[in-house]
Design a protein around this ligand. Structure first.
Ligand code: A2P
Length: 331
């Protein structure tokens, strides 16, 4: 367990949350951040390899200036970006990939001089040739060693932040896979500021060996009865209909606790992770009659239940959400 970033040491002051700043470092002007440490956060027996990577921002203009919910870019460098080594030819380019920040604005050092990322190695096979295809940036980051220099840009994003008065709201956080990243830092920020309202975290992963930051969440759950933490383990558990257990099924299961909370205008809903989760979460929000979503003209709640993923109605549904209370970062 990585406990050091969960609770502020008694002798260090709590820095104020910074104003939102963006693009302090750009692709033309990246900051060379040193890799300080890294730690595997999926179990040793997991077929998925995810790492918590801590980067040093000391001396940069980004130190103490990023906010949780923002992302940083990492310039892909090294062997995974070479045609001799990596079959992922069409993926080989120097485009920056964005990663959601995992650490609270105070970093892992409580001074904001570090920033942490949660990165899963992308490993696949080419569908036609069966050859190994490796994510250019994710494998570069997961392979990095302490002391290596990594070119970073950002921070990026203004639309997935905590509000300016974060202690005045309830929260429902939903994540799949590495979409968990921002919720780690959000919980750290909330609890270290004395959060007393209600917060749910519903986290979907394929196997129980993939529950990243599980011990950290359990640590908070033990200390804060207002933190409701639950997982949806898709390839090990089944939902009430006998299908895969996804975050939307877990939300439904806990509907008695979550729906009344969502009905309050001071409850915010966040989703981060696979785009697919939206196709399950929106229909559920309509089913419970949530005021986070409005019915687009010409559609009924029943229509929205059976829509296929490529249905044109999805863009209307997305636009009909309450953008001040429902935030999403999906891909
Ligand atoms: P599965 O892959 O078993 O279908 P990861 O990014 O680590 O693969 O985890 C993503 C998690 O999100 C997995 O448990 C995955 O399940 C799940 N998932 C996939 N599609 C959806 C969807 N449409 N709605 C909700 N969860 C999904």
């Amino acid at each position: 367990m990585i406990t050091s970033f969960l609770e502020k040491p008694a002798d260090s002051p709590l820095m104020p949350i910074p104003e939102t700043a963006v693009n302090i470092y750009t692709p033309k002007n990246p900051f060379p951040a040193e890799v300080m440490s890294k730690c595997r956060i999926t179990d040793a027996s997991s077929p998925n390899y995810s790492w918590h990577v801590v980067l040093n921002l000391k001396g940069s203009k980004m130190a103490g200036k990023y906010r949780i919910g923002q992302s940083v870019g990492v310039v892909p460098t090294g062997r995974f970006n070479s045609a001799e080594f990596n079959y992922a030819h069409e993926a080989l380019n120097n485009k920056i990939r964005l990663y959601s920040i995992t650490s609270a604005c105070w970093g892992d050092d409580w001074k904001g001089e570090t920033v942490s990322l949660c990165v899963k190695r992308e490993i696949a096979e080419d569908e036609e040739t069966g050859e190994l295809v490796l994510g250019v940036d994710s494998n570069y980051i997961c392979d990095a060693k302490p002391g290596d220099e990594m070119l970073v840009t950002g921070p990026v994003g203004k639309s997935f932040l905590l509000p300016d008065n974060p202690l005045d709201y309830n929260y429902v956080f939903t994540a799949t896979g590495t979409g968990i990243a921002p919720f780690v830092g959000m919980l750290v920020e909330l609890f270290n500021q004395g959060f007393e309202r209600e917060v749910w975290l519903v986290f979907g992963v394929p196997y129980s060996t993939d529950i990243m930051y599980n011990e950290e969440f359990l640590y908070f759950a033990e200390r804060h009865p207002n933190f409701h933490y639950t997982t949806a383990i898709s390839r090990e558990q089944t939902n009430a209909r006998g299908g895969k257990m996804y975050v939307q099924d877990r939300l439904e299961e806990h509907q008695d606790g979550i729906a009344p909370l969502l009905a309050q205008s001071d409850t915010l809903f966040y989703m981060c992770g696979l785009k697919g989760m939206e196709y399950g979460i929106y229909p559920w929000l309509y089913r419970i009659g949530s005021n986070l979503v409005n019915l687009p003209d010409g559609l009924t709640v029943a229509d929205i239940q059976g829509l296929s993923r490529n249905a044109p109605e999805w863009s209307k549904i997305e636009r009909a959400r309450d953008r001040k209370r429902l935030f999403k970062e999906t891909y």
